[in-house]
Design a protein around this ligand. Structure first.
Ligand SMILES: [Zn+2]
Length: 316
């Protein structure tokens, strides 16, 4: 029985990892529906990612989420893995997210990244039709479910926190916990241990009340429409060289493969919102209001931050 279960797991994980890709026509995101019927973007279905535009509706009841355990240093170790589609940081138990309109408590399972190429951006969600260089997803599962299979049967079984990643001159010291370990997981299937660190140190902690909320899907097969999305408007900043470690030093192929393929542009295409409502949190700034003024203000604030950072570095 256990043996059968183990065999089944091997078969399932084999199907999961090899039946989809990003950059070859026979298995790219437009072909996922051939192998995974739930990835077919049928009319009025609720897929992700989407473009965030000014059609957002303010919801004053959306305040900061409660991120339990994000400030603490977990015991034991975490694992970083190249699964051929992304780099995944599997965290230990002890962290959860709730509040901010989420329908329950969700345990944090893992985080992973989506990126582009050396000269192209690769966030999954877009803001006003523009992509950021990268996007980080913190995946959380509703605590009432015993396993992922059960969560995938619940229309709000998963809560994913999405963070855009943008580039500045300076290295992000906290992001180094991950980027310094990337060379150990350059090839598909490679795994390395990571010393736990406070997850909050990665996040834009002064602007966690500014976010957008909508109901969508997993952006990878089986594309299940079970995700409560929270997209934060203030990005995480990393350096060009930290970005380049993802775009040119991670491979979708195994170490002994005859032909080595860089893992690039691992993002799904944008899907229509149809009749869905995208809500802006109480403190969201960027896309709220019908005039362009708030956007201009927000962008100039961001520019000022970059200029200040730049002059700070050149002053060193
Ligand atoms: Zn993702």
């Amino acid at each position: 029985m256990i043996w059968t279960a183990a065999l089944l797991m091997i078969v399932v994980s084999h199907a999961d990892s090899d039946d989809y890709c990003y950059n070859e026509p026979h298995c790219d995101p437009y072909a996922w529906g051939d192998t995974f019927p739930s990835c077919h973007p049928l009319l009025e279905e609720h897929h992700s990612p989407i473009n965030l535009d000014h059609q957002v509706i303010r919801n004053d009841s959306l305040e900061s989420l409660y991120l339990e355990g994000f400030d603490a240093i977990q015991t034991g170790h975490w694992t970083l893995k190249n699964d051929g589609h992304s780099v995944v940081l599997q965290v230990g138990s002890g962290m959860s997210v709730s509040g901010g309109g989420l329908p329950g408590v969700y345990h944090t399972i893992q985080l992973h990244f989506h990126w582009g190429g050396p000269a192209t951006n690769g966030s999954e969600h877009m803001v006003d039709r523009r992509r950021y260089p990268m996007e980080m997803h913190i995946v959380n599962m509703k605590s009432i479910h015993p396993n992922l299979t059960a969560a995938l049967d619940d229309p709000t079984g998963l809560a994913v926190l999405g963070f855009f990643i943008d580039v500045v001159y300076a290295d992000n010291m906290h992001f180094g916990h991950i980027s310094q370990k990337l060379s150990s997981v350059a090839y598909k299937g490679q795994i390395t241990k990571i010393k736990p660190f406070p997850l909050m140190s990665l996040l834009p902690k002064h602007s966690m009340s500014q976010y957008y909320r909508y109901y969508g899907s997993l952006t990878t097969p089986p594309c299940s429409q079970v995700v409560v999305w929270t997209l934060y408007e203030v990005p995480i900043y990393i350096s060009w060289s930290q970005l380049a470690q993802f775009t040119s030093q991670i491979f979708s192929t195994e170490e002994d493969a005859e032909q080595v393929t860089p893992l690039q542009n691992n993002f799904r295409h944008i899907h229509p919102t149809f009749s869905r409502i995208v809500s802006a949190s109480k403190d969201a700034i960027l896309l709220t209001g019908t005039a362009s003024r708030p956007l201009v203000l927000a962008v100039s604030a961001q520019l000022l931050q970059i200029i200040l950072l730049g002059s700070f570095i050149s002053g060193l």
